[in-house]
Design a protein around this ligand. Structure first.
Ligand SMILES: Cc1ncc(COP(=O)(O)O)c(C=O)c1O
Length: 415
C-alpha cells in the first residue's frame, strides 16, 4: 500500500535522489537498447547536448515569450527549419508538448476553419481505423463526430471508403505518414484531394514519420508523397521527441500558411487579467523540451539525421528478415520504415505469450489488437542489439508454444 502521508520533514537531497534511483530500477532498460519505442536514444553525443540544454532551460517558462525571447526564437527557428524540410515555403506553426497535443490542435483548427469558412456547425472527422487514437480524443473533447472507415487489404487507409462519408459537414480528413499500428504510409494525395473537394482540412499525422521520411528520401529509399508538396494538405504534425531524438515533451504542428494557423490560437481578454493568448492547450509551457529539441536538431543537422535513419532502417529490415525466418510469426502488411508488427499464424502460438517471454528476457515491445500482435518501433538505440533480439525472439517463440499469456496489458492501468 502506498504511503499517503505528505512528507512532514524534508529529507537531504542525496537521500531523495537515492530513492529516485531505486524507484527506476524496475523501469524499461532503454539505455541498453532493449526498448522498442517509448524512448528514442540518439547516442552519447545527442544525449549530452540535450542534457546540457535541458540544464540551461530547466526553470524557464515559454508562457510569455516577450519575457523569454530566446524561447520565441527557438520556436520560430525550429518551425521554420521543419517547414523547409517538409517543403512548405509558406508553412507556419508552433511547438507543442507531443503528438497528441499536435493532433488535438489540428482537430480544433479544422473545426474553427470549417465554421468560419463554410458555416459547419456539426463538424465531422473522416479517418481510417489505423489513424491514431488521439483523433478520437480530439473529437470527444471538441465535439466532432468521427466517421471511421476500414483499411484496405494492404492495411493502408482506403480513399474509396473515405469518399463515401466525406460530405458538407466534413471538417477534417486524416492521413497517416506513417500510422502507428503498422508503420505504413497512407495514400496522402488521394486523401488530401478528397478533403479539398469539400473545402475541408487535411491533416497528415507524421508524428512517427516526420523525422524519418525526409531523410529516407534523401537516402534514396522509397519516397511516398506525403508532405506540403501534396495539393490539399493543410496541417502536418511531427514529433521531435520520437525519431527527432529530443527528450520528451516536444512536437510541432505546422499549417500550410500563416492564415490557416490563426485557427489554432486562443486569444481572450474578457477577464480581469488582461490579454491571454496561447497557441497551445497548455497555459504555462516548459522551456526545457523546446530548448533541448533546438539543441538536438542543431547538433544533428541533415547529415546526422541521415546517418541515424540509414542505420535504423537497415536494422528494421534486418529484424523483418529475421521474423520471416521464424515459424509461427507473420509480419503485418509491408512497411519499409522503422515500424514492424507481427502476429501469430499458428493457432497453437499465442503471440502475447511470446511478448511475455521477451519481457522476461528484459525486452520491451508493445502489444496491440486487433489482431493480437507485437509492435516494434526500431530506433538508433536498438541498432547494436538486433541479433541478440532475434536470438531471444526465436527462443521466446519456442517457450511460448507451451504457454498462454496473461493478456495485452501494455499500459499501466490509470488509478
Ligand atoms: C502516428 C502517431 N501519431 C500520434 C502519436 C501520439 O504521440 P504522443 O504519444 O507523443 O502524444 C503517436 C504515438 O506513438 C503516433 O505513433
Amino acid at each position: 500500500m502506498t504511503d499517503r502521508s505528505f512528507p512532514h520533514a524534508g529529507r537531504p537531497a542525496a537521500d531523495v535522489l537515492a530513492d529516485l534511483a531505486d524507484k527506476r530500477s524496475g523501469d524499461a532498460r532503454w539505455a541498453e537498447g532493449r526498448t522498442f519505442g517509448l524512448v528514442f536514444d540518439g547516442g552519447d553525443d545527442v544525449r549530452a547536448v540535450a542534457d546540457a540544454a535541458a540544464h540551461l532551460y530547466l526553470h524557464e517558462s515559454a508562457l510569455n515569450t516577450a519575457a523569454f525571447p530566446s524561447l520565441g526564437a527557438i520556436q520560430s527557428e525550429l518551425c521554420g527549419w521543419i517547414a523547409g524540410l517538409f517543403h512548405g515555403p509558406e508553412a507556419a506553426g508552433f511547438l507543442t508538448s507531443g503528438g497528441t497535443e499536435s493532433i488535438l490542435l489540428a482537430v480544433k483548427a479544422a473545426r474553427e476553419r470549417a465554421l468560419a469558412e463554410r458555416g459547419v456547425t456539426e463538424p465531422e472527422i473522416v479517418l481510417a481505423e489505423s489513424a491514431h487514437a488521439a483523433f478520437h480524443k480530439g473529437a470527444h473533447l471538441f465535439g466532432l463526430t468521427v466517421c471511421r472507415t476500414p483499411v484496405t487489404a494492404d492495411l493502408t487507409a482506403d480513399p474509396d471508403a473515405m469518399a463515401t462519408v466525406v460530405g458538407p459537414n466534413t471538417a477534417l480528413v486524416v492521413a497517416s505518414a506513417m500510422d502507428y499500428p503498422t508503420g505504413l504510409v497512407d495514400p496522402v494525395p488521394e486523401i488530401a484531394a478528397l478533403a479539398a473537394s469539400v473545402g475541408a482540412s487535411c491533416h497528415v499525422d507524421a508524428c512517427m514519420g516526420g523525422f524519418v521520411l525526409p531523410f529516407a528520401e534523401m537516402e534514396g529509399r522509397p519516397a511516398p508523397t506525403w508532405d506540403f508538396r501534396t495539393e490539399g494538405v493543410t496541417t502536418i504534425s511531427a514529433d521531435i521527441h520520437k525519431l527527432g531524438y529530443a527528450p520528451k515533451g516536444v512536437s510541432v504542428l505546422l499549417h500550410a500558411s500563416r492564415e490557416l494557423r490563426r485557427h489554432q490560437t486562443f486569444v481572450f481578454d474578457q477577464w480581469l487579467g488582461g490579454l491571454y493568448a496561447t497557441p497551445n492547450l497548455q497555459g504555462t509551457r516548459a522551456g526545457l523540451p523546446m530548448a533541448a529539441a533546438w539543441a538536438v536538431v542543431s547538433h544533428l543537422g541533415i547529415d546526422g539525421y541521415r546517418h541515424l535513419v540509414r542505420s535504423t532502417l537497415d536494422a528494421a529490415d534486418h529484424i523483418r528478415d529475421g521474423v520471416r525466418g521464424i515459424e509461427g510469426l507473420a509480419l503485418r502488411g509491408d512497411p519499409v520504415h522503422q515500424i514492424l508488427t507481427f502476429a501469430s499464424d499458428d493457432p497453437d502460438l499465442d503471440v502475447f505469450a511470446v511478448g511475455d517471454a521477451l519481457s522476461a528476457r528484459g525486452w520491451h515491445v508493445d502489444r496491440q489488437y486487433p489482431p493480437d500482435c507485437l509492435h516494434l518501433t526500431v530506433s538508433n538505440g536498438n541498432v547494436s542489439v538486433v541479433d541478440e533480439f532475434l536470438g531471444d525472439l526465436a527462443a521466446s517463440v519456442e517457450e511460448a508454444r507451451s504457454a498462454t499469456s496473461g493478456g495485452s496489458g501494455q499500459y499501466a492501468t490509470i488509478d
